[in-house]
Design a protein. Structure first.
Length: 337
């Protein structure tokens, strides 16, 4: 049986790369899978489909993934959407698309519960696939930063300012008491988008801002720098737009072996065992205490790093995740036989 993966044309999205990994893994198992990024080719296929199923990366980020262009295929070709976030739920074309799809694949159980309000289609949870080749583990013992470096975000930092500033006070206290550096990754610096760093600079004047990079340069220039960080922070505000977040980002950081302090959210709790392979923080006091413990204890940072690496390699290997993906699809659509 043949299937297409319709990928968003932008090659700069890490979710684009993640979906390419799914398609590649399926081909390695012998399945007839083809990836398509060119929008004109997508339209040609939609007019005269020669396949049994089409996987769409997200919904309305590409017109060719929406009901307007795929609705006529309902009942003829299986329509499957891989949607890794909970954005644009107020937009009519997204809601209409979710209602006609045959299957939705998401990364978190919280996202699945929320989507059930908007579609009767079956929804399955499948972890993202980790790109171990581009996220190489760096042992804590090899790092010689003085002062220590605390890092945040990986891309599109401008969209997460509220999340960061939620913990501005404990970050400032940590900097004042321990002279730590704060590296903030993924800013557009006013290029193509407004420069949104002003408020962050006012509250965190000691921070270093690192520019957003397209995916090829992100892998070669940015990931190695993030890997050299001593601690990584992942604060998230309580908002539906965050319910599908961090599934991919958090696992990549754990793969790198970074000691992590993250917001105490439902999804973070599925990956982080508090005090064993990271810290979960729900108050400013918890954020400060967690960071202080890691700063003062290299062995604790090393323990978190080793335990995180072991979890990702054991529970989220490519073999396990692609089997999870195949089983999730076959549960509703007998496509991979």
């Amino acid at each position: 049986m043949k299937s297409y993966f319709f990928i968003i044309p932008s090659g700069n999205s890490t979710t684009t790369y993640a979906n390419m990994l799914f398609a590649s893994a399926l081909r390695s198992l012998g399945y007839n899978v083809e990836t398509v990024t060119d929008i004109d080719k997508k339209y040609e296929i939609l007019k005269n489909p020669d396949c049994d199923a089409i996987f769409f990366q997200k919904t309305i980020q590409c017109p060719a993934h929406t009901k307007k262009y795929i609705g006529h295929l309902k009942g003829k070709v299986k329509l499957i959407h891989i949607d890794n976030d909970f954005q644009d739920m107020n937009k009519k074309d997204k809601l209409e698309t979710l209602k006609i799809t045959d299957l939705v694949i998401v990364c978190t159980t919280q996202h699945r519960r929320a989507l059930k309000e908007y579609t009767d289609a079956p929804i399955e949870v499948v972890s993202c696939m980790i790109d171990f080749e581009n996220y190489t583990y760096v042992p804590i013992k090899q790092k010689t930063n003085n002062p220590l470096i605390i890092s945040w975000q990986q891309a599109c930092a401008d969209a997460y300012i509220k999340d960061l500033l939620m913990i501005a006070e404990p970050l400032s206290k940590i900097h004042n008491n321990y002279n730590t550096e704060l590296h903030l990754y993924g800013w557009h610096m006013g290029k193509d988008y407004p420069d949104l760093r002003t408020e962050v600079k006012r509250k965190l004047p000691f921070a270093t801002f690192i520019e957003y990079q397209p995916l090829d340069r992100y892998f070669t220039d940015v990931v190695p720098k993030i890997a050299q960080s001593d601690i990584f922070i992942m604060p998230y505000i309580k908002h539906k737009g965050r319910w599908g977040k961090s599934a991919f980002g958090l696992k990549r950081l754990m793969c790198l072996g970074l000691p992590i302090v993250a917001s105490d959210t439902e999804h973070h709790r599925t990956l982080i065992k508090n005090g064993y392979n990271g810290y979960l923080a729900g108050t400013e006091h918890q954020w400060y205490n967690s960071l202080e413990k890691l700063i003062n204890n290299e062995e604790l940072r090393n323990s978190f790093a080793v335990n995180s690496k072991e979890l990702i390699e054991t529970d989220y290997s490519k073999h396990k995740i692609i089997r999870q993906f195949v089983n999730a699809v076959n549960k509703h659509i007998l496509l991979f036989t």
